[in-house]
Write a protein that binds this ligand. Structure first.
Ligand code: ADP
Length: 269
């Protein structure tokens, strides 16, 4: 029957005996699809009212307002922006969930992509006095979707900045070896207890709810990273020690790498 989705599992037991179990997962997949559609539609519908609210707030804040009013409006603007980030992350996530692989991939200049994120992060980290190290392989591009990769890499870099206290240090690396391409972000920040690591890429999973939401994230960053990587044939590894710091590494298979051609290099000169 073509309308049904079956999942098979083979269990071996005894002297070469096998048990084949088929499970009908049609209903489960339909429910999952309904959930995805609902999230996509709801986030889409929330975009317009939020734009209107933020537009008015900006106009009002351009005027001289009594102090308490000004304070209240600043709060409203801050929270509305937070909601806007949340809505756009929800939309992005539901687009990522809609298909398993990137379709129209292009050679992405990873070096300049990472360089841009690095510059934005150093600017944002100025108040916290973070120092940064940047190490980039120059010879390979990555086949994929630039917007998605930008989103994944910047989430990891901003997280490092967010969860690293004053005067911390952050290292950003992109390198290629026989196993593929790797992008890593290492910080010497607050670190993560081992029991949380396996669940970090779940939507809205947070180690410390109040600290994380105060810091301005949406709780969807690592879920986005995970989906982007799996759409590029890759995966994420997390190494961390509470109180010492963390390393998040994205791995991409060799098939997704391209040697930068010599003429491309000439263009850059
Ligand atoms: P958030 O918006 O809350 O940062 P993420 O999905 O990006 O959401 O991350 C999930 C949780 O993982 C965070 O709330 C935080 O507890 C933890 N986390 C992520 N990156 C780091 C890091 N570099 N150091 C310590 N904890 C981190």
């Amino acid at each position: 029957n073509h309308d049904r989705e079956l999942q098979y599992q083979i269990t071996r037991f005894g002297a070469g005996d096998r048990l084949l179990v088929a499970r009908d997962i049609t209903q489960m997949l339909r429910l999952e699809q309904t959930r995805q559609d609902f999230v996509a539609n709801a986030s889409h519908e929330l975009r317009t009212p939020l734009t209107v609210i933020l537009g008015y707030l900006e106009t009002f804040l351009d005027h001289d307002l009594p102090r308490p009013l000004q304070r209240g409006m600043n709060q409203m603007q801050q929270q509305a922006r937070r909601m806007q980030n949340l809505v756009s992350d929800l939309l992005l996530l539901s687009r990522l969930e809609a298909s398993r692989q990137v379709s129209d991939e292009h050679p992405v200049k990873v070096q300049s992509l990472i360089q841009n994120i690095y510059e934005a992060a150093t600017e944002l980290s100025r108040d916290k006095g973070h120092t940064f190290d940047l190490e980039l392989d120059q010879q390979h591009d990555l086949l994929g979707q630039e917007i998605e990769l930008h989103s994944a890499f910047s989430n990891l870099v901003y997280n490092a900045a967010r969860y690293t206290p004053q005067d911390g240090h952050i290292e950003i690396r992109w390198w290629v070896d026989k196993d593929g391409g790797h992008f890593s972000v290492t910080d010497n920040g607050i670190g993560i207890d081992a029991m949380h690591i396996a669940r970090l890429t779940e939507r809205f999973y947070r180690v410390d709810e109040s600290r994380s939401s105060e810091s301005g994230g949406t709780g969807l960053g690592l879920a986005i990273v995970k989906h982007v990587l799996s759409r590029h044939g890759g995966n994420l590894t997390i190494r961390s020690k509470k109180g010492e710091g963390s390393t998040f590494t994205c791995h991409f298979p060799l098939e997704y790498l391209m040697l930068v051609s010599v003429s491309d290099n000439d263009d850059d000169l």
